[in-house]
Write a new protein. Structure first.
Length: 213
């Protein structure tokens, strides 16, 4: 178990880091604008679930190997950024279909697909690996032992906070989308805007440094 003082310090640091709008928030808003409340929340859940294998990998040392290998880090980084840009392009291409779905014209896309897309974004974000490798060890008590379990515990705290925070952003963005949904043209424009946000986010992640949020 992580000592209480370490846990509280990490929780405070995680809250500050997560609440400040960054790539995760932009992804959430983009998906909620493009897909609506359910799609936004499923994307948030999938993105958060993508953190879990990363947390375990970092705790077991795999994350450190990726973070320290320029080649591996770059491969994961490029793959994640390109996938985000792909999702953005798809949102723009299918903006008319999205508008028809929002107004009840056609059935929505599979919930499992929306969840899976969010998961892929979460697990292919190399900045998450870099963040966990750099930050988690600072809050571990070596004298308490069971270091991997302590890191997993801290990672789960981060997971819970990120899930709640991003869900709130998704609900806010979806509420704005629902208001615009009275007009198919406006909802198509919002879907394209969400797609543009995801493309821009992919570009930012592709050419940025190693900061996480």
């Amino acid at each position: 178990m992580v000592p209480l003082e370490n846990l509280l310090a990490f929780t405070l640091a995680a809250v500050v880091l997560i609440v400040i709008p960054g790539p995760s928030v932009l992804f959430t808003i983009g998906r909620a604008l493009a897909l609506g409340r359910i799609g936004g929340l499923l994307s948030v859940l999938g993105n958060a679930l993508g953190l879990l294998p990363v947390i375990v990998a970092v705790a077991l040392g795999v994350g450190g190997i990726v973070a320290q290998s320029v080649v591996l880090f770059t491969i994961v980084k490029v793959a994640g950024a390109l996938y985000l840009m792909y999702l953005g392009v798809q949102a723009i291409r299918h903006r008319t279909r999205t508008a028809e779905t929002a107004t009840g014209g056609i059935p929505p896309r599979s919930h499992w697909r929306q969840l899976g897309e969010g998961f892929l974004v979460g697990i292919t974000n190399p900045k998450t690996i870099a963040f966990f490798v750099a930050v988690l060890p600072q809050f571990v008590d070596l004298e308490a032992g069971m270091v991997p379990l302590q890191m997993i515990e801290l990672g789960l705290v981060f997971f819970a906070i990120a899930l709640i925070s991003d869900a709130v952003w998704a609900l806010v963005a979806a509420a704005a989308r629902d208001w615009f949904a009275r007009s198919p043209r406006r909802i198509a424009t919002l879907s394209a805007t969400g797609g543009g946000l995801m493309i821009g986010l992919g570009g930012i992640l592709l050419f940025s440094g190693n900061d996480r949020h």
